[in-house]
Design a protein around this ligand. Structure first.
Ligand SMILES: *[C@@H]1O[C@H](CO)[C@@H](O)[C@H](O)[C@H]1NC(C)=O
Ligand SMILES: *[C@@H]1O[C@H](CO)[C@@H](O)[C@H](O)[C@H]1NC(C)=O
Ligand SMILES: CC(=O)N[C@H]1CO[C@H](CO)[C@@H](O)[C@@H]1O
Ligand SMILES: CC(=O)N[C@H]1CO[C@H](CO)[C@@H](O)[C@@H]1O
Length: 558
């Protein structure tokens, strides 16, 4: 009954849920209803231009993805809207890329990214090529609830649009154009073709393989080794528990085996819709270092700046931008301060970084790079979203270039910290399924002692607070936060006297209360000391702010 009563909520991330019957699940009916609402909203916003400009639709290799994409195409097609429907599976970034290439009013990608196999999803892009942000989500949600009955019987026919004049397959054109544009990110072609560095690649049963191969070819990189068990699309994700390379070693075990047996020093892994990237590097002792999202962000940030400034030495640096989400490492800010380019942080999610990038481009700025700690990287502005297909070749080229100087990625990461200051992060979460308990916890933090936020955690003093749920920021003279306020979720940032910045937030899609903390050391400080201090602070913070025993919060499974 629960599944019939509660409709899936359409948010800025679109939809993501288990497949099955009922209003709370992903199925033919909820796809048709959602698309009818989305189509209606687009007509309200763009008028009849929608028909000629059209929409672009892509899908991944999950169960039902092709069918869901075709049904969505039917809804638009029946309304006389031009539909660019990919005829084959594509990486998610090919949809936002296509929005910009064909100047469509919107894009839809049928994917649940790295979720378990029983899930699917529906991701939505606006005409600026970025994922939607408020108020479009509520506008679309309202249109969905007011257009629930399927418009006609034909809409269910998967083959309805076959041969219709308003159906276009963009696949071949994008396969050519995307890689032609990608070529601009290749900096040192000559180094590469003869490199002795070897790479292993896994798409973790997703869409990536063909696109990754072509990405390497574009950069004239040597062929990578395939992980045979994981290279072809497999909606069952049969060799992994969760198809999420962010989880680190477990997902990369087979890739490590391939790499060990073929003599590769570097592993590249995309998630199943190939919009994210994980990297591991073999240490001298034969063990593997899996880079965290922040570490990889530091490396790519340094590399994109280094290649850019080498090619454009006399550029006005203040017009050049890098972005990251506010819960990611602030390493880009440190690099920017020293190098003289501009840095901004945004709310979490590429929807915000994509939209901000679009605005900056319209102001004539250059945006080199944006990243978030959840292994999402946007290099350049061909795609205004994270893109694992471009990122993998850029990182591989960076590794080849460093290799010519006998430097590993791990060594270069330390060089970056030596130059710009150490950046140590400690992120984790507690699990809680009771939203009242979560609200109580945040209520207590907002009324700590006598109706104010905490002024310390243990012996660690807090200098300033930003609360993006209420829009408060004690660092601003008017106490108003600069980043947008989101009353629907909790998010408080604590600025400690010792330089640690710590954010606690609820997750929109999971029963987690996450924390993100970072210690930015000055150049020359001792790394072990910084690590010890951050750990002590995080431990006492967890006890005092979360009160996990009292609240019955579960710790992250290890
Ligand atoms: C495909 O979607 C339907 C709902 O439309 C669901 O019942 C079915 O389980 C899905 N198939 C798989 C293999 O997940
Ligand atoms: C490369 O670096 C390693 C370790 O950093 C060192 O042992 C080796 O001698 C170096 N090789 C060359 C050719 O410089
Ligand atoms: C073709 C070419 O320029 N190859 C260069 C690639 O990198 C090696 C070092 O790994 C150089 O020695 C080559 O000159
Ligand atoms: C919701 C939305 O699209 N917001 C902004 C994103 O960026 C564009 C272009 O700069 C703005 O016009 C939108 O208002």
């Amino acid at each position: 009954k629960k599944i019939l009563l509660k409709r899936m909520e359409f948010g800025t991330a679109g939809l993501r849920a288990e497949m099955g019957a009922g209003n709370s699940r992903m199925n033919d009916l909820t796809i048709i209803q959602t698309t009818q609402g989305f189509c209606k909203y687009l007509f309200q916003q763009f008028g009849d231009d929608l028909k000629s400009k059209g929409v672009i639709i892509g899908f991944d290799s999950r169960h039902n993805s092709t069918r869901f994409a075709r049904l969505a195409a039917n809804v638009f097609g029946l309304q006389g809207v031009k539909v660019y429907l990919y005829s084959k599976i594509v990486p998610t970034p090919f949809v936002p890329y296509g929005v910009l290439r064909y100047k469509t009013c919107a894009g839809i990608m049928v994917t649940a990214s790295h979720n378990p196999k029983q899930d699917n999803g529906y991701k939505v892009y606006w005409d600026n090529g970025a994922q939607i942000i408020p108020p479009h989500d509520t506008g679309i949600a309202e249109c969905i609830s007011s257009s629930l009955p399927p418009s006609c019987d034909e809409v269910w026919n998967e083959d309805l649009m076959k041969g219709k004049p308003n159906l276009i397959d963009p696949y071949d054109d994008v396969m050519e154009a995307y890689y032609k544009d990608l070529n601009n990110y290749c900096m040192y072609r000559s180094t590469n073709s003869s490199t002795n560095l070897r790479f292993t690649y896994t798409p973790v049963h997703g869409v990536g393989l063909a696109f990754a191969r072509k990405s390497f070819e574009t950069f004239s990189l040597p062929k990578f080794e395939d992980v045979p068990e994981q290279m072809n699309p497999d909606p069952e994700f049969s060799t992994v528990k969760y198809p999420n390379p962010e989880e680190g070693k477990g997902v990369l075990l087979l890739a490590m085996r391939t790499a060990d047996s073929t003599g590769c020093r570097i592993i590249l892994a995309n998630d199943p819709d190939a919009d994210r990237l994980a990297i591991a590097e073999k240490r001298e002792d034969g063990s593997w270092k899996v880079f965290s999202g922040n570490e990889l962000g530091s490396l790519i940030g340094w590399w994109t700046w280094y290649s850019f400034i080498t090619k454009n030495p006399s550029v006005d640096r203040s017009n050049v931008y890098m972005l990251s989400s506010t819960v990611s490492s602030m390493i880009l800010r440190s690099i920017a301060q020293k190098e003289g380019f501009s840095f901004e942080d945004t709310l979490t999610g590429f929807k915000w970084m994509g939209n901000r990038t679009d605005q900056l481009l319209k102001e004539g700025k250059t945006v080199l790079f944006a990243f978030e700690e959840a292994i999402g990287y946007m290099i350049g502005t061909n795609v205004l979203d994270k893109d694992g297909i471009s990122a993998m070749s850029v990182v591989a080229e960076c590794a080849c270039h460093l290799n010519t100087k006998n430097i590993t990625l791990t060594q270069q990461l330390h060089n970056i910290y030596n130059t710009y200051g150490d950046h140590i992060t400690s992120n984790s979460y507690f699990i809680c399924h009771d939203s009242d308990k979560i609200n109580d916890m945040f209520q207590r933090l907002r009324n700590y002692g006598n109706c104010d936020y905490p002024s310390s955690a243990g012996k660690f003093k807090i200098d300033a607070i930003r609360d993006l749920t209420t829009g408060f920021d004690s660092r601003q003279s008017d106490n108003k936060a600069i980043l947008p306020t989101t009353p629907s979720s909790h998010m408080i940032t604590f600025y400690f006297s010792n330089g640690v910045v710590l954010t606690i937030r609820t997750s929109g899609t999971e029963p987690k209360i996450k924390y993100y903390s970072e210690m930015c050391g000055s150049v020359g400080s001792k790394r072990e000391d910084l690590v010890a201090e951050l750990n002590e602070l995080v431990n006492v913070m967890c006890q005092e702010f979360y009160q996990p025993e009292k609240n019955g919060f579960l710790t992250r499974p290890t």
